[in-house]
Design a protein around this ligand. Structure first.
Ligand code: ACK
Length: 988
């Protein structure tokens, strides 16, 4: 190291240079050095003129880095002109260059005994040339850039204190046009040390912005910016052409446009990188890759989509971000409410929607016929089904249903149909094998024929007209005859004539000439009359057209008398034959029907129930009404319950050339008496006579081997009372009404058949997997023996008190009207989800309370209309109770207008513990009521009430059927030891 002590200037440098470590020098990235004196460790080789002027020495800079420096300090002499010229510096692409000088300068005042003129500045100059001119140096060619003065100069004291006062000055030069240049430093008598010289130009350095890369760019010398186009990085695309401006200061300005990562790539540290496995990106953009949605996967990097797991799918319009889904499971709890030839189908949403919301339902109608079977009604044979005819009507439609109900109309009467209800969603079509549906099979009821719509006038005369018509479009059975009603138009139906015709034509005689008549025709089947046709007008011919001459009138008279004679003769013959027939009584069961009907008015065409006890040998009755089964066709699976005569099992029945079906098997336990066997089989004899979708169907009996068995259809959900208790509050109002409608329809059928059930209760209703309710438990003395609810009455009979009408308890008056009472109790049981009627009240208290006019209160949330129906069923006067036909039609109306179910009868929480007195007509004043617990206590005391004073019903809730339901009753007991006078009026 060169530590030259001669200089006045550089004592400080010399001292420092002996101890210094070195540091790397870092320049800003947008500066490109053309010359850096510090970078050179050896001699710089610059030209100094005259030779005693500038002197090159070694030292260290402020960072203690070894450097080469130049110094001059000829302040003791006059007229100094010392030049120092750099080597030739190639310009490269620079237009404007920067010169950074670091120097120290001695304060002239601090130099003692200065002889010459001490200066405190020096000059910076440059010369452009296209080539290196070597040592050839001409002062006058140089152009001055600036006079450089020190911001700070140092003194002797600074040297003593070792304070380095380093000046840094930067000057710009340009525009440069030649290939290179020299710099020169002219000293005119200063004491200066040039510590470092750096020459550089500025550039905008390579950069990536908005996923576009921009190259190194040298700015222009002028003020204008350089516009630079960027190029998108790998795996990206231009969204808008990327551009940026390079400023003269070497700074990037105003980025415009951008690039977006391709699908399958995401932006990570200014690059587009592949999505990791388990992630995907389906679109162009700079968002992150997303995790695969549920039930999908991506095993590879860079996935655009995630594939669906097995049995999961994506519909066409499904976005990639949506989970893969699958077809829904089948709809549940299908219930059908049949109304003559139409049916309302209702069902619940599928348990599994497949993960989608776009569920719709499609209903497929099939008409089914039993083939190759025997036995009564639908009992026998496999079903052969074919698609329904196109004129079956679906309301609102058969496909694309958004609601869980459809009405199917214009079905054929007395026909089996199967409806397949399928829930579909957006991926159902992609997985045909996974599609599931729920099926329900129904049998339509009989229905009256549709109206005659086409009537033609064939021939007209002045007194007669011949007409013909077409059979109704839907006869719904065999047309027995047509009723033709006609009247003079002017008389406006005040008097009319009715004729009957078997065929589709008639001639009306005895009409007035030249007169307008109106006529209506209606067809009759076993189900009764259909609606009348629209009025049809015809006119007879005027008088002049035809007049009867005297001779003619004679002929007519003869014809009429002959006709009258013939009619009289026919009537006589008919009466005689009729009498003869009635006298010769046949033993055929059909004739017995006259005996065992219970006085009900029967509809023509409906069979009548035959009491098996009227047979001398009851086993004859069994074989007349029940099919004998071979025990080998029956497989017993398990015991499901206990009946009065033995166990009840579930099992399978496989008859030759028929499909195996699930059955319930009632067995007669060993050691039975003859009477027990008779009573046991009596149920089959009764059941075998019935054929109705809401009556439990008998498959057959086994009497020729042991054990003796009764085989019926299997009802998956068992008895209604326990089923409801198990599913407390889980059904919609419509579902409950659907079940009730089924029971009422079965009961209507029984009452039409003349059969009185006597033990109608929820425990004797069975429920299948489609929530179809069927009446079961048929017997004779059964009511007395079988039912655990039955209790002995004072008259010795055994009766299920809580379900039985007062007149049946009191004097065994069992009729369809007493069944209607029981139906009211079933209605209450259903609406309270299997609550025990009258809770824990004793049978005696129940009899007493009912007799005094108390009635069960409405179950929680019970629709007012249904509660009103209960109250109607519990009318004391049995003729005032509704017939089952009326009950069915009330429930049908409710099903058609489900809105009416929203009006509830009360708001009490279940179990309501009140008995309502609704005997406004039977008890002279409004009755008292108490909660049933209190009631039990107060009942005896109630008897002590002689002058009970009652307030009237305060609040009446009007129901949609314009009936009135008691909801609140205010009671003021006049005397009762347990009532404090201060209690005043009690609101219940
Ligand atoms: O409530 P559960 O399961 O349904 O218990 C009773 C038991 O037998 C005694 O009567 C059941 N049961 C009776 N008949 C049938 C049937 N046809 N299908 C299914 N279960 C039945 C009843």
């Amino acid at each position: 190291m060169d530590c030259n002590p001669r200089s006045l200037l550089f004592v400080l440098f010399l001292l420092l240079s002996c101890v210094s470590p070195s540091y790397p020098i870092i320049y800003p990235p947008n500066e490109v050095n053309l010359l850096d004196s510090k970078a050179s460790q050896g001699e710089l080789g610059w030209i100094s003129y005259p030779s005693h002027g500038w002197e090159e020495i070694s030292g260290v800079d402020e960072h203690y880095t070894p450097i080469r420096t130049f110094q001059v300090c000829n302040v003791m002499e006059y007229s100094q002109n010392n030049w120092l010229r750099t080597n030739w510096i190639p310009r490269q692409s620079a237009q404007k260059i920067y010169v950074e000088l670091k120097f120290t300068l001695r304060d002239c005042n601090s130099i003692p005994l200065v002889l010459g003129t001490c200066k405190e500045t020096f000059n910076l100059l440059y010369l452009e040339t296209d080539d290196d001119q070597g040592s050839h140096f001409r002062e006058h060619m140089f152009i001055k850039i600036d006079t450089i003065a020190a911001d700070e100069s140092f003194t002797q004291m600074d040297l003593g204190d070792r304070i380095l006062k380093l000046n840094t000055e930067v000057r710009e030069v340009g525009p440069m046009i030649k290939k290179g240049f020299y710099l020169a430093f002219q000293d005119v008598g200063a004491c200066v040390a040039l510590v470092s010289v750096r020459v550089y130009f500025k550039k905008c350095p390579y950069t990536v912005r908005n996923l576009a890369s921009f190259p190194d760019t040298v700015p222009m010398d002028s003020q204008s910016l350089v516009e630079v186009k960027g190029s998108c990085v790998n795996h990206s695309k231009e969204e808008e052409p990327p551009r940026m401006y390079c400023s003269t200061e070497g700074e990037w300005l105003v980025p415009i446009g951008k690039c977006l990562c391709n699908p399958g790539y995401e932006e990570r540290s200014n690059t587009c990188q592949m999505c990791r496995a388990g992630f995907y990106k389906s679109t162009l953009g700079n968002m992150e890759c997303s995790k695969c949605p549920p039930h999908s996967f991506s095993h590879h990097e860079g996935s655009l989509h995630c594939g669906c797991e097995k049995n999961y799918f994506r519909a066409d319009g499904d976005p990639a971000s949506m989970a893969c889904t699958r077809p829904p499971s089948a709809p549940r709890n299908v219930i059908s409410s049949i109304n003559e030839t139409s049916v309302i189908l209702e069902w619940s949403w599928p348990e599994d929607t497949g993960g989608r919301r776009d569920i719709t339902f499609t209903v497929l109608c099939k008409r089914c016929r039993s083939v190759g079977g025997s036995g009564s009604g639908s009992n026998g044979g496999a079903l052969r089904c074919e698609p329904c005819r196109s004129n079956v009507r679906f309301l609102p439609r058969a496909v694309g249903l958004h609601n869980t109900t459809v009405t199917v109309g214009d079905l054929l009467a007395h026909t089996n149909y199967t409806f397949e209800i399928e829930a579909q969603n957006g991926v159902s079509s992609l997985a045909p094998k996974m599609r599931q549906y729920a099926a329900v099979t129904i049998t339509t009821n009989q229905a009256a024929p549709s109206p005659v719509t086409v009537i033609r006038k064939e021939k007209t005369s002045r007194n007669s007209v011949s007409l013909s018509w077409l059979e109704p479009e839907r006869p719904n059975g065999i047309i027995l005859d047509y009723e033709i009603k006609y009247y003079e138009k002017e008389e406006q139906e005040t008097s009319y004539t009715i004729l009957r015709a078997r065929g589709c034509n008639v001639t009306l005689n005895g009409l007035k000439p030249d007169t307008a008549y109106l006529l209506q025709i209606r067809a009759r089947t076993a189900a009764g009359y259909g609606a009348s046709s629209p009025s049809f007008q015809f006119e007879t011919s005027p008088d002049s057209a035809f007049s009867i001459s005297g001779e003619n009138s004679q002929v007519v008279l003869i014809a009429i008398s002959s006709a009258v004679a013939i009619i009289l003769l026919t009537v006589l013959l008919y009466v005689l034959i009729g009498r003869f027939c009635c006298h010769s009584k046949s033993k055929h069961p059909d004739e017995k029907r006259l005996h065992f009907g219970n006085g009900h008015l029967r509809l023509p065409g409906i069979r009548t129930y035959v009491d098996p006890h009227t047979y001398e040998d009851p086993s004859q009755a069994v074989h007349e009404f029940a099919k004998e089964l071979d025990a080998s066709c029956i497989a017993i699976d398990k015991v499901v319950g206990a009946g009065e005569f033995g166990e009840v099992c579930s099992g399978r029945l496989k008859l030759p050339s028929k499909k195996e079906i699930c059955v319930a098997i009632k067995t007669l336990k060993g050691g039975y008496t003859d009477k027990q066997r008779r009573d046991f089989l009596a149920e089959a004899s009764i059941m075998g006579q019935f054929d109705h979708p809401n009556i439990i169907r008998l498959e057959g009996v086994v009497t020729r081997s042991k054990p003796v068995m009764i085989v019926t259809e299997y009802m998956e959900n068992g008895s209604l009372d326990s089923f409801l208790r198990k599913h407390d509050a889980q059904f919609t109002g419509i579902q409950l009404v659907g079940m009730l409608r089924g029971i009422a329809s079965g009961m209507k059928y029984l009452s039409d058949m003349g059969y009185v059930h006597r033990d109608l209760a929820a425990r004797n209703i069975l429920v299948n997997s489609n929530l179809v309710c069927k009446v079961s438990d048929f017997g004779l003395s059964r009511v007395l023996e079988d039912d655990p609810e039955a209790a002995y009455t004072t008259r010795g009979g055994k009766i299920p008190i809580r379900w039985t009408a007062p007149e049946a308890i009191a004097y065994r008056k069992f009729t369809s009207a007493s069944d209607a009472w029981s139906y009211g109790i079933v209605l209450w049981e259903v609406m309270s989800y299997g609550e025990r009627p009258y809770w824990e009240m004793s049978n005696q208290d129940v009899i007493k309370a009912v007799d005094e006019g108390y009635r069960l209160p409405p179950p929680m949330d019970c629709p007012a209309t249904l509660y009103q129906l209960m109250l109607d069923c519990w009318q004391k006067e049995r003729n005032n109770r509704p017939k089952f036909e009326q009950i069915v039609s009330i429930l049908d109306k409710l099903i058609r207008n489900p809105g009416t179910l929203k009006i509830t009868a009360n708001t009490t929480s279940r179990p309501a513990n009140l008995l309502l007195d609704r005997s406004s007509s039977e008890v002279p004043s409004m009755g008292t009521m108490g909660d049933w617990m209190d009631g039990m206590r107060t009942l005896p005391c109630k008897e002590a009430f002689s002058g009970v004073s009652y307030s009237s019903c305060d609040t009446l809730a009007k129901t949609s059927t314009d009936r009135v339901v008691l909801t609140e009753v205010h009671v003021t007991p006049a005397s009762c030891p347990e009532w404090e006078p201060s209690m005043g009026i009690t609101t219940l």
